[in-house]
Ligand binder design. Sequence first.
Ligand code: NAP
Length: 257
Amino acid sequence: MDLGLTGKVALVLGSTAGLGRASAEALAAEGAHVVVVGRRAELVDALVESLPSAAGVVADVTDPDAPALLVNRAREQFGEVDIVVLNGGGPPPGAADSFTAEAAQAAFDLLLKQHISLVGAVLPGMRQRGWGRILAVGSSGVQQPIPTLTASNVGRAALAAYLKTLACTVAGDGVTVNMVLPGRIDTDRVAQLDRAAAERTGRTPEDARAASEAAIPTGRYGEPAEFGAVVAFLASRQAGYVTGEQVRVDGGLVGAY
Ligand SMILES: NC(=O)c1ccc[n+]([C@@H]2O[C@H](COP(=O)([O-])OP(=O)(O)OC[C@H]3O[C@@H](n4cnc5c(N)ncnc54)[C@H](OP(=O)(O)O)[C@@H]3O)[C@@H](O)[C@H]2O)c1
């Protein structure tokens, strides 16, 4: 199936590794020009080299100047941004009974504030051209809060509320807004969470991973490419009538409808 992404310009935040990288690769494989973003210059360069049409920006997405810098860079290289994938690092783990107001503020800054600024920088052009795709990497914790990830649950729920509200506002202008919710996809971040769980519970990281996989109906972690494929579909021409959605890529982890 031709997803209609040839020549589209995609800005993918946090794309030197994991879910962002898989999203960048999937969009590039469909013919999009991809702007790769991350703090590790060597990984930015390596990914740009490996993709058919890509440019890299070494940037920290939490930097207040990052949204304007990234959009300008994309424009210089390829033209106006058609697709944006909001992504970045996750906040530190922690239980709700030790959560603080400062940690809540930090979660909002990391998971909400910069993404709102980035959307503000690309949205007017998308509306004017009558076509745009705003996608955010979320978490299954948006729908089923994860007890050890309070900051993530709180910050991403706020992002979900913003995006759902935005989706209705811009739907008539050809701009779709969706979240993709990973459960447990096999990335560095999940390996790090398994190590933290192992330390907390006095197990090996392998045992922590096995216990985590056993809780997933498919019995395994997802592959990053399985996540990237869903991102590419939601960015596609064919997904033009899908908006305001949260699409889970979680192997059946969340039990609710
Ligand atoms: N994997 C899962 O199953 C899962 C589940 C639920 C939620 N999530 C969330 O999804 C997001 C991506 O997860 P992942 O598993 O792909 O993590 P990952 O493997 O650790 O990759 C994170 C990516 O974000 C980039 N990044 C982090 N902080 C950044 C910053 N300040 N500025 C620019 N780039 C930054 C990293 O690149 P540099 O280090 O080069 O900057 C890297 O490319 C995270 O927020 C995570 O919490 C993941």
